[in-house]
Design a protein around this ligand. Sequence first.
Ligand code: GAR
Length: 207
Amino acid sequence: MPTTGSTAGSVVVLVSGHGSNLQALIDAATHPAYGVRIAAVGADRGDIQGLSRARRAGVPTFVCRVADFATRAQWDAALTSQVAAYRPDLVVLAGFMRLAGDAFLAQFGGRTVNTHPALSPSFPGIQGPREALDYGVKVTGCTLFVVDAGVDTGPIVAQRAVSVHDDDTVEILHERIKTQERQMLVDYVGRMVRNGFSVTERKVTIS
Ligand code: GAR
């Protein structure tokens, strides 16, 4: 679903930290056949590696901090207009540790995806690998989903399973998940942008 005048579909990526998923998208987007242009990278905090990765790649960046606004709704409205300025076909939350609010969902609901380091509906929230390890599951993984108002509850686009090893730490397990997560993200964001997709109730179909 590319915008007029461009053969590549345009994506805004939102990050909160390390940005290895973002880097995978940046690397993929260097290949014209991937069909995705990263129009901008936004963050809810400055001084993070994700923003440095974007700048190194020559991608415009912006920062929208919750603390700079009197209310969460004002922050959400500001984030929405900063993202909207880049007219993205798809918004990708890649390690973005904030919930999208009403204004954001009104404008970008149905065309925002998020990646989560667990097999939804298990272990929603920001501690997916830790909770999977504490629970003692033998298989966990990652989930790409279309964002809705809940915490990691949206319609599922793709999932990858990852084995849990007896001697795993949270960090080791999360890194094993992220190896799969980066591949899943690059694969499906590319397909969604190149081909378009639809969501019917909870079923996501890529055209
Ligand atoms: C990823 O594993 C992502 O799924 C997770 O943060 C990590 C970011 O890694 N997001 C969440 O837990 C959100 N619920 P990265 O900064 O290296 O891409």
